[in-house]
Design a protein around this ligand. Structure first.
Ligand code: FAD
Length: 434
């Protein structure tokens, strides 16, 4: 292992930061510090803790290989065997089994039978944080530490490192803190200040899409009308496409809760500003959608609903700073639109690939290889998710009918090949072969 990369600081304890700490520890690193400005894991990473999460199989395979998938008990997740898209009239646009798509790959990835899973994001995050190795095992977690800057150690040799070594500077409740580091891994979210400050080679600007996301979780036995909800198949994830509106739903555990995610074009945004009236307003907006969609919406409690703007990142041209001391992971590197549920799986790829490369290659070469391997993959994922989001947010009925017609006329193979490229990818094999 490279001596120059002994002390690693991860800024941001989001799901990718936590996974990176796991993956680095597994790769043999023992001086890992994880910093977050929040006061605890409960307050960190709001985007994963607020609602349902779909983790496509290229992410769940990596979790499995890190030995972490089993941390989410079977009762707290749902293995998705089919993803079906329909129009509001109930016509099927496409239907596929994610595991089958992976099995058909020319270079079938290892563990190809591991499924796409749905769970509550908080259940995954809590399981990962609880399993983090402890301080004496080489992983130290520091809350209420807000990253400020990197600077050189001007003092004499000390525990922070020799003169000229790099120091990461934080604001903490006890005042300024400096920590000697050899590599800074930034998982500080989509609007990453570290990206803007230390990577200046083009791309990496946040772009708005014309709409927003609304998501919620509802207890299956509380659905309006009583008698529970009828989801056609309990292991199906269903996506319904309307005009400027899209609705996805599935069970997120063993039948007790349903998670949903709606894409709403900006034409309808104003109606959803008041959190108290959101469930009824949403039910009204989606009233032409097939059952059980309106009932799911009107039965979701206002505090179980969360909204966020639809945004993504212009693909950055590189993922490391010119001196090789700073490297991006997670949403900071590739925050994408929520269509196709790519974000967390891409973050898992970052964590596994970076750890593997850092354990095998000398410092500047390791992060250079990371950027080189991640760039085409991230560019592809960003393009595909953006184009899916643009299609979902088309507000006119005519445009929506043309879209549905084009989607149903496209030969199934062509339609699924694009998704298969995302699902078949084996990040660890790529890193091992580099
Ligand atoms: C509505 C919605 C639905 C979604 N659905 C899915 C889905 O189904 N599947 C999927 O894969 N993804 C989904 N996502 C996206 C997914 O939740 C995020 O991509 C993922 O959680 C991002 O994790 P992260 O670790 O990269 O960053 P974040 O979770 O953003 O973590 C960043 C952390 O950095 C900390 N931080 C920031 N600045 C500093 C600083 N200066 N100093 C110290 N700490 C700092 C923050 O406190 C935070 O804890 C969804 C998101 C939304 C909003």
């Amino acid at each position: 292992m490279s001596p120059l990369y002994q002390r690693i600081a991860i800024v941001g304890a989001g799901v990718t930061g936590v996974l990176t700490a796991h993956a680095l520890h597994r790769a043999g690193f023992r001086a890992i510090r994880l910093f977050d400005s929040a006061s605890s894991f409960t307050a960190a990473a709001p985007s994963i803790q607020c609602g349902p999460l779909i983790l496509p199989c290229h992410g769940s395979r990596l979790l499995h290989r890190l030995g972490l998938l089993a941390l989410i008990p079977k009762t707290a997740r749902n293995d998705i065997v089919k993803i079906r898209s329909t129009t509001t009239a109930g016509h099927t646009i496409s239907s596929y089994d994610p595991v089958q798509l992976v099995r058909d790959a020319p270079h079938r990835p290892r563990d190809s039978s591991i499924p796409t899973i749905a769970c509550h994001g908080r259940d995954l995050y809590i399981a990962l944080t609880r399993a983090l190795p402890k301080h004496h095992d080489g992983v130290e977690v520091k809350f209420q530490h807000t990253f400020k800057e990197l600077k050189q150690n001007e003092g004499n040799e000390s525990e922070k490192g020799e003169k000229g070594a790099m120091l990461a500077c934080f604001d903490s409740i006890d005042g300024p803190v400096e920590s000697g580091v050899d590599l800074l891994i930034a998982d500080d979210g989509l609007h990453s200040p570290i990206r803007s400050r230390y990577l200046q080679q083009g791309g990496g600007e946040v772009r708005s899409l014309p709409g927003m996301y609304v998501r919620g979780v509802v207890a299956a036995d509380s659905i309006a009308g009583g008698g529970g909800v009828s989801v056609p198949h309990s292991n199906e994830l269903i996506e319904v496409f309307g005009a400027g509106l899209k609705f996805c739903y599935c069970f997120i555990d063993d039948g007790r809760h349903i998670g949903w995610l709606a894409s709403v074009s900006s034409n309808y945004q104003d109606a959803l500003q008041d959190p108290q009236t959101r469930p009824e307003r949403m039910a009204k907006l989606f009233s032409s959608f097939p059952a059980p969609v309106p009932a799911l919406l009107s039965s979701t409690l206002p505090f179980s609903i969360d909204t966020c703007p639809s945004e993504d990142l212009r693909p950055p041209s590189t993922f490391h700073s010119a001196d090789g001391r700073v490297v991006l992971v997670g949403d900071a590197a590739h925050g994408c639109a929520q269509e196709l549920w790519q974000n967390v799986a891409l973050g898992m790829e970052d964590a596994c690939m970076l750890s593997e490369l850092l354990s095998k290659h000398a410092p500047p070469e390791a992060v250079r290889l990371y950027s080189q391997l991640r760039a085409p993959r991230i560019k592809y994922a960003l393009q595909l998710t953006r184009s899916e989001a643009e299609q979902a947010l088309r507000p006119s009925k005519m445009m929506a009918s043309l879209r549905d017609m084009a989607m149903s006329m496209m030969p199934p193979k062509a339609q699924l090949d694009a998704i298969a490229q995302l699902l078949q990818y084996d990040a660890l094999r790529e890193a091992e072969q580099a």
